[in-house]
Design a protein around this ligand. Structure first.
Ligand SMILES: [Cu+2]
Length: 483
C-alpha cells in the first residue's frame, strides 16, 4: 500500500494545514460507465489569509523570496472536496499594500456568477484588512484552481495561486496520484524578483520567468510504485509559458482536459497554454526504471519531472485506461447553434470601450487598470486606457441555448482563451487536426481560427479573456452576458 510518506519526494515544500500533498493514493472502486452522482454531503470550510510570506523553495537555490500566499506554511495549497460537498471559504486580505484589493476567482467552476470572484464585476473587491466569503457546491469533478483576479501578473509571479480538486470521477482507482504544478519564477542575479511585467513582454508573448519549476523544484524526481497506473494532474500555471508535454518511451493516456473526462486518448504530446490542465494515466516503469516528462516546446526538450519506480511491480496486465465518469452537462446542439464571431487582435482601433455612460456601466478601480493596451477582442480593449466604465458585453447569450464561438486569432502570438463559468467543446481548427474535447481555456496558435461549441449557462456577466496575464491586462479581455 502506498503511503503518503512514500510519495513525499518533491512535494514537501507544498504540504500544509488546509491542503494535502501533491500526491495521494487512489481509493474507491465502482462500476463502469457511470454518470457521476454527488458522493458527499456536508461542508468543507477553508480559511485563507492572503499575505506576504518570505519563502525558500528548492528552485530558488537557497534564496528566500517574498511570496504572496493564501496561507502560512503552504506556498501553493491544494484544496480537495468531494463531488456534492459544499466549499465555504473565508479569506482575509493581508496583502502588504494599501491599494492591493483582492477577490478569489475559481477557475473552471460552473458556479453562480455571484461567487465568480471578479472585482467590480461580480462583487466589490476586498481591501487590505477586510474579509471576504465564498460558498458554493462545485457541480463538476476535476482539476481546477483559484487565484485573485486583479494585478494578476504580479500575483501569479509571487505565487498567489492554489489548486482545487473535486474528487469523485474515478471508476477504477489508480495506484496513486501525482499533482504537478508548472510555473516559472522571475528571479534576477541578485536573488530578488525582477519586474513581473515589461512593455516588450506584454506586447509580445509575455515576460518570461528565469527559473523553471514543477512543484517548486526544477526537474523533480518523484518516487512512484513500479509498473503501476498513476494519475497525473498536470497544471500549467505560469503567467505566460506555453508548453507541449510528453513522455519518452512510456504508455500513457489523456483522461481529462481542464477537468473534463473524455474517452482515454493515447498520449503522445499535449500543448498547454497558461491556466490549462490535463489529467493523464501513466504506466510507470518496471522496478528500477524511470520515466521522464518533457516539455518539447522549449528550445531543447526540458525535463519537467522524472518518475522513478520503486518496489515490486503493481501490475502485469495490458495498459487499458478506464475512462473517468462523465459529468452531467447540457448537450451542445450544433444544428441549432448560432455562430458568434470573436477576433483576437493586436492594437485596438480606438473604439475601445467607447460606450462610457451607456447603460449602468461597471466601475473599475485603479488597480485593475493597465496603463497601456496592446491587445483587443472585437476591436475593444479592456480596460481601454483610463476608462473607468465599461461598455457593453461582447455578446449577450440566452441561458440554455447553444452557440458556436468562432475564435479568430489574427496575431502572430498564441493566446489561451478562457471563459468564466462555462466549458467549451472544441469543434475544429483552421490549422490543426484536433480531437473533440471540453475545456474552459482553449489555446489559439498564431493566425488560427477555432470553433468551439458552448451552451450558455447560469445568468450573469462572465469574463472572457486571454490567460497570458499580460495580454489580459493589456486589453485582451471582455465579458459575455448570459440572460
Ligand atoms: Cu494572449
Amino acid at each position: 500500500m502506498l503511503t503518503r510518506r512514500d510519495l513525499m519526494v518533491g512535494a514537501a515544500a507544498f504540504t500544509g494545514s488546509a491542503a494535502a500533498s501533491f500526491l495521494s493514493a487512489g481509493r474507491k472502486v465502482e462500476a463502469r460507465e457511470v454518470i457521476a452522482e454527488p458522493i458527499a454531503h456536508g461542508v468543507k470550510s477553508i480559511v485563507f489569509d492572503l499575505a506576504e510570506r518570505p519563502t525558500a523553495l528548492p528552485c530558488f537555490g537557497g534564496k528566500t523570496l517574498p511570496l504572496w500566499t493564501f496561507q502560512a506554511g503552504t506556498p501553493v495549497p491544494i484544496v480537495r472536496v468531494k463531488l456534492g460537498e459544499r466549499l465555504d471559504t473565508l479569506f482575509k486580505n493581508d496583502l502588504p499594500r494599501a491599494e492591493e484589493v483582492a477577490t478569489i476567482h475559481w477557475h473552471g467552476l460552473r458556479i453562480q456568477n455571484t461567487q465568480d470572484g471578479v472585482p467590480y464585476m461580480t462583487q466589490k473587491p476586498i481591501p487590505p484588512g477586510r474579509e471576504g466569503h465564498y460558498s458554493f457546491v462545485p457541480p463538476d469533478t476535476g482539476s481546477f484552481f483559484f487565484h485573485t483576479h486583479c494585478n494578476s501578473t504580479e500575483h501569479f509571479g509571487r505565487g498567489l495561486i492554489g489548486l482545487l480538486i473535486v474528487e469523485g470521477d474515478e471508476i477504477v482507482p489508480p495506484d496513486g496520484e501525482v499533482v504537478l504544478m508548472m510555473k516559472d519564477w522571475r528571479i534576477g542575479p541578485d536573488g530578488t524578483f525582477l519586474p513581473f511585467s515589461t512593455d516588450e513582454g506584454a506586447a509580445k508573448g509575455g515576460t518570461p520567468g528565469t527559473v523553471r519549476s514543477v512543484n517548486g523544484e526544477t526537474s523533480p524526481v518523484i518516487t512512484v510504485p513500479s509498473s503501476a497506473n498513476i494519475r497525473i494532474r498536470f497544471y500549467n500555471l505560469d503567467p505566460m509559458r506555453i508548453s507541449e508535454i510528453g513522455f519518452e518511451d512510456a504508455q500513457a493516456a489523456i483522461i481529462a482536459t481542464d477537468g473534463n473526462g473524455l474517452p482515454p486518448m493515447t498520449f503522445e504530446s499535449w500543448r498547454l497554454g497558461t491556466a490549462m490542465r490535463v489529467d493523464m494515466l501513466l504506466r510507470t516503469a518496471p522496478p528500477g526504471g524511470s520515466v521522464k516528462l518533457y516539455d518539447y516546446y522549449s528550445k531543447e526538450p526540458f525535463v519537467l519531472a522524472e518518475f522513478k519506480s520503486e518496489g515490486p511491480p503493481k501490475r502485469n496486465d495490458t495498459f487499458d485506461p478506464t475512462p473517468l465518469k462523465v459529468m452531467p452537462f447540457a448537450k451542445f446542439d450544433e444544428a441549432n447553434a448560432q455562430i458568434v464571431p470573436f477576433e483576437f487582435s493586436a492594437t485596438p482601433t480606438g473604439q475601445a470601450v467607447a460606450a462610457i455612460g451607456a447603460g449602468p456601466g461597471i466601475e473599475i478601480g485603479p488597480l485593475c487598470l493597465a496603463k497601456r493596451t496592446f491587445w483587443a477582442i472585437n476591436k475593444q480593449a479592456w480596460p481601454g486606457h483610463d476608462h473607468r466604465d465599461l461598455g457593453p458585453p461582447l455578446a449577450v447569450l440566452k441561458s440554455g441555448q447553444s452557440y458556436i464561438f468562432e475564435l479568430d486569432n489574427t496575431t502572430p502570438r498564441s493566446h489561451p482563451i478562457h471563459i468564466h463559468g462555462h466549458t467549451f467543446e472544441v469543434l475544429n481548427s483552421s490549422k490543426r487536426k484536433l480531437p473533440r474535447f471540453r475545456c474552459d481555456t482553449v489555446l489559439l496558435i498564431p493566425n488560427e481560427r477555432i470553433q468551439v461549441g458552448l451552451v450558455a449557462g447560469l445568468p450573469g456577466k462572465w469574463m472572457f479573456h486571454c490567460h497570458i496575464l499580460e495580454h489580459q491586462e493589456a486589453g485582451m479581455m471582455g465579458y459575455i452576458e448570459v440572460v
